[in-house]
Design a protein around this ligand. Structure first.
Ligand SMILES: [Zn+2]
Length: 509
């Protein structure tokens, strides 16, 4: 739709004026973006669709309410309070939970679109964590590559900053962050930041992540300047993921100097690191970072998922089956498949993935076997086996026939064949108009393998473009695209697929 083009255009101008250091022009275009109906529509749509509790109760918000919200987003300083929800789960226990007011997250998202081009312009080389078009997988690849290229790294320093405490009294941020000071101060004071860590699409809606990235930008450049001015000649790499900083160095005294340098930098931005959140380790002994464990073997450098991550996956599979009393069986299959999808998304690029996926498949089948045995206590093993298992594509697979729709549902496998990993190069600014087609092209190649079945076929056929607005479909989340049947059926090529098109959810009108 046209409104996306307009937002891109304004963001590009904000970026350019920010490079020219013309702050009054930046402020002018920021205001234009925030007041534009296009951006507001996008924000409200994104928050409605992206918010799992909102999208499930979509019918609770009428179309009129949505339009009123879009026009009322102008009022930027209201009394923020978090509202309590009574969340009634369909299966199992119901509970209270607290969420920042929907209005606030829309306003924060709106501001974020005007701030992102400025934050991205100054971002450090290897910084990750909720930046648009940079995902966890890229970070993993960069860490591995840096070790494969330079095997000299000996010391590893890992810093963790507690932002939720540190940011509250950050004078530096209030002085420098490019939004209205009054608004930012009230957010920091009340700490009204909401999280929505869906890593499956370019994260661009949450201003808290921009705050964090903004306050750490410049760290790598400072260390490089320090290196050029000092007498030392050593190589180092600094990686950032959200609140974590990882430093690789080649020598003891150098790692000490760099760490001190980093701490000084953090202090200048009103941030601090607690003593217990600073780890130093020896590279040959291996180290942990996020949910990964890295270590050397005789000739390779390897990254595998940590034990906690595997345990978490097993227990979440277990939980789905445990909560399955008096539940439609296709619900269980769908939930297990969702768990498997998210596991594949976050782990399929790790080393030895094949072995691990087999282990998890065996674990899951044991769980399912125990469950169907309890379901049919008087039946023989052979009867159960022939009812629930079928030989398909060279493998025995668990399946269920949905009574209502008559469809056959299969349990997916954790197995996933590694393909080439595409990533947006570090040197590219994604808000630059000149890079737009390049970024879209890489992103299409990167996410097309995450689509399954008919969606995958249509996505590849259309080269990732929506048939109505001709813009790229950026996300594989089911909320973000739809499959439609063409109104005029093509008579000559009367196949099922040729009458279907893939479009954005918001283009469906
Ligand atoms: Zn579209």
């Amino acid at each position: 739709m046209l409104y996306e083009e307009y937002i891109d255009y304004l963001q590009n101008i904000i970026r350019r004026s920010s490079i020219d250091k013309n702050s009054s022009l930046v402020r002018f275009y920021q205001k234009l973006l925030i007041r534009s109906i296009s951006c507001r529509l996008k924000v409200v749509n994104k928050n409605l669709v992206g918010n799992s509790y909102m999208s499930t109760s979509k019918s609770a918000i009428s179309f009129d309410d949505i339009i009123t919200l879009v026009f009322n987003l102008r009022n930027l300083s209201v009394n923020y309070s978090s509202s309590k929800f009574y969340f009634c789960k369909r299966y199992g226990s119901s509970f209270f939970f607290q969420t920042p007011f929907f209005y606030v997250s829309c306003v924060q998202c709106l501001w974020n679109y005007s701030v992102l081009p400025i934050v991205e312009k100054d971002s450090d080389k290897f910084s990750y964590g909720f930046r648009p078009f940079r995902v966890m997988q890229d970070l993993f690849m960069e860490i591995k590559n840096s070790f494969l290229k330079k095997k000299l790294f000996l010391w590893i320093v890992d810093l963790k900053i507690n932002f939720s405490v540190n940011l509250c009294n950050s004078d530096w941020l209030i002085k420098n962050f490019p939004i209205e000071k009054k608004v930012l101060r009230s957010w920091l004071k009340l700490n009204t930041f909401s999280f929505q860590n869906d890593l499956s699409y370019p994260e661009d809606g949450n201003i808290f992540f921009s705050l964090v990235n903004f306050s750490l930008n410049g760290l790598v450049r400072l260390c490089e300047i320090f290196l050029n001015e000092s007498f030392f000649t050593f190589s180092f790499n600094i990686f950032r993921f959200f609140d974590r900083i990882l430093i690789f160095t080649t020598d003891t005294s150098e790692s000490f100097l760099l760490t001190r340098n980093c701490l000084n930098f953090l202090q200048s931005r009103n941030l601090s690191v607690k003593q217990e959140n600073l780890f130093v380790s020896f590279a040959s002994e291996g180290f942990h970072f996020l949910n990964w464990r890295f270590y050397y073997t005789s000739c390779f450098f390897i990254g595998i998922p940590s034990l906690n991550l595997i345990k978490a996956q097993k227990s979440s599979l277990n939980l789905v089956i445990k909560n399955s009393n008096n539940v439609n069986i296709s619900w269980i299959i769908k939930n297990i498949n969702l768990q498997i999808d998210s596991w594949i998304y976050s782990c399929s690029f790790l080393d030895f993935y094949w072995d691990l996926s087999n282990e998890l498949d065996v674990f899951l089948y044991k769980l399912l076997w125990g469950w169907v045995k309890r379901r049919h206590p008087r039946r023989s093993n052979t009867w159960i086996y022939s009812k629930y298992w079928n030989y398909l594509f060279g493998k025995w697979r668990f399946f269920v026939k949905d009574i209502i729709s008559g469809k056959i549902l299969l349990i997916k496998s954790h197995l996933y064949y590694k393909t080439r990993v595409f990533r947006v190069p570090n040197s590219i600014d994604v808000f630059d108009f000149n890079n737009k087609s390049k970024v879209n092209d890489i992103w299409f190649k990167k996410i097309r393998k995450n689509f399954r079945g008919i969606c995958s076929l249509l996505y590849n056929n259309q080269k990732g473009l929506c048939s109505i607005c001709n813009r790229l479909i950026f996300s594989t989340s089911l909320n973000d695209f739809r499959i439609l049947r063409k109104k005029k059926q093509i008579s000559s090529a009367n196949t099922f697929i040729s009458n279907l098109i893939l479009i954005h959810t918001y283009c469906e009108f």
